[in-house]
Design a protein around this ligand. Sequence first.
Ligand SMILES: [Cu+2]
Length: 116
Amino acid sequence: MKSFIAAVLLTSLVVVNPVPASAARAKAKEQRIEVSVTANGFEPATIPVKAGAPIVLVVTRKTDRTCAKALVIASRKIRKDLPLNRAVEIRLAAEKPGTLRFACPMDMIAGEIVVD
Ligand SMILES: [Cu+2]
């Protein structure tokens, strides 16, 4: 009986505890990067980040004089509409070093995330 209770207690600890703890940890390590879409394209167009922590791009399109009314990250199969003057969050994992290209839907205006 004692070992049964111990097992129940242990199970509830294992199941209940890790969820909020890991969520808090992930949030703390998030790398938030503000990106604007202007008549010059994506600003900044080159975004250096650290490998390991998730990335949140906060993208605000500030002009109608652009074809970048959506942002595409082809290698991640991501496409997000960019309404004028509204911040759009795009979450990405960045586990390994490398380069992630992002672009307008026609692939003309582009930028890159450099994971190091
Ligand atoms: Cu375009």
